[in-house]
Design a protein around this ligand. Structure first.
Ligand code: LP5
Ligand code: MN
Length: 254
């Protein structure tokens, strides 16, 4: 759906949205694709929004010393120097990212959800995992690991121990995902509708997490809302662009 009165030629800036890159030293071609994206396509943007799961996992900000992380930080800093504003939202895999990483990378951390207003277009941004309310095991886990007390205790442990614990969770998560239905692992439509009401029916809702890129047209309480689901970067990079011609999904060369 287009919003002709709201996406006219008056919009001179370009906004980019990405999520679920799952960057990891174990996938060097994706890291390179991302660094290329930062050095090329992203330089044309006014703002870049990363809607969670930038990293495969984040064990704590003491990981910034890592050579691989330093490479990513350098890519962000170079982009930020060109004047592009970079915003990052936590995902379910990197919610422990804190100020040390963001300051080093010249990135601003934003809350999940965040309402972005461009001219008079209201764009709601989220990672999306909080909307998977049918996935009770995951939501229980989420409540636990998002508590301040749990995070304080977890982060008090040495990095190597934290990484070991994360590996155990990752294994269990993969095992459990293999027997969960696709429906359980998708966003719950009532949860989406509720969020749309809370934010008074944004024009656009953008999220990731499910790795099921699509443009959905919703009607919630007679209000039209476009829900964009962003793709992951496992096989190929992609981004959603918003500029004078509206919204468009762009796939990067593999
Ligand atoms: O990420 P994705 O899309 O593959 O899967 C998610 C849900 N899984 C997760 C786990 C992460 O993938 C891996 C861990 C990331 C690191 C976090 C850093 C700090 C935590 C360290 C903990 C020691 O988010 C998956 C959903 C799927 O999305 C679709 O929505 O289904 O959820 C699961 O599979 C979770 C299991 O169902 C339940 C796991 C229970 C683990 C209990 C461990 C108890 C210890 C907790 C700490 C006190
Ligand atoms: Mn996710």
């Amino acid at each position: 759906m287009t919003h002709p009165t709201k996406t006219g030629p008056n919009l001179s800036e370009t906004y980019l949205f990405i999520s679920d890159l799952h960057l990891c030293a174990c996938r060097p071609h994706i890291t390179q694709a991302f660094l290329n994206f930062l050095a090329n396509d992203a330089t044309k943007a006014h703002s870049l929004y990363i809607l969670g799961d930038l990293f495969e996992y984040w064990a704590g900000d003491d990981a910034v010393e890592d050579v691989f992380i330093q490479k990513v930080i350098k890519g962000f800093r170079t982009l930020a120097k060109t004047g592009v504003r970079i915003y990052l939202m936590h995902g379910n895999r990197d919610f422990l990212i804190a100020d040390a990483f963001c300051d080093a990378a010249n990135i601003r951390l934003i809350q999940d959800p965040t309402l972005l207003v461009v001219r008079d277009l209201r764009i709601l941004l989220s990672h999306g995992d909080a909307l998977c309310t049918d996935d009770h095991a995951y939501q229980k886990f989420r409540r636990q690991v998002r508590s301040d007390e749990w995070q304080r205790q977890f982060l008090a442990q040495p990095l190597a121990i934290r990484k070991q614990q994360i590996e155990a969770i990752r294994l269990r998560s993969e095992r459990e995902k293999s027997i969960k239905s696709m429906q359980i692992m998708d966003v719950n439509s009532d949860a989406v509708d509720t969020l749309m009401r809370v934010y008074q029916y944004p024009d656009i809702f953008i999220h990731g997490h499910t790795h099921r890129p699509y443009q959905h047209q919703l009607i919630v309480d007679n209000q039209a809302i476009t829900r964009w689901v962003l793709g992951d970067w496992y096989e190929q990079g992609s981004y959603l662009v918003y500029d004078a011609s509206g919204f468009k999904n762009i796939a990067l060369n593999p």
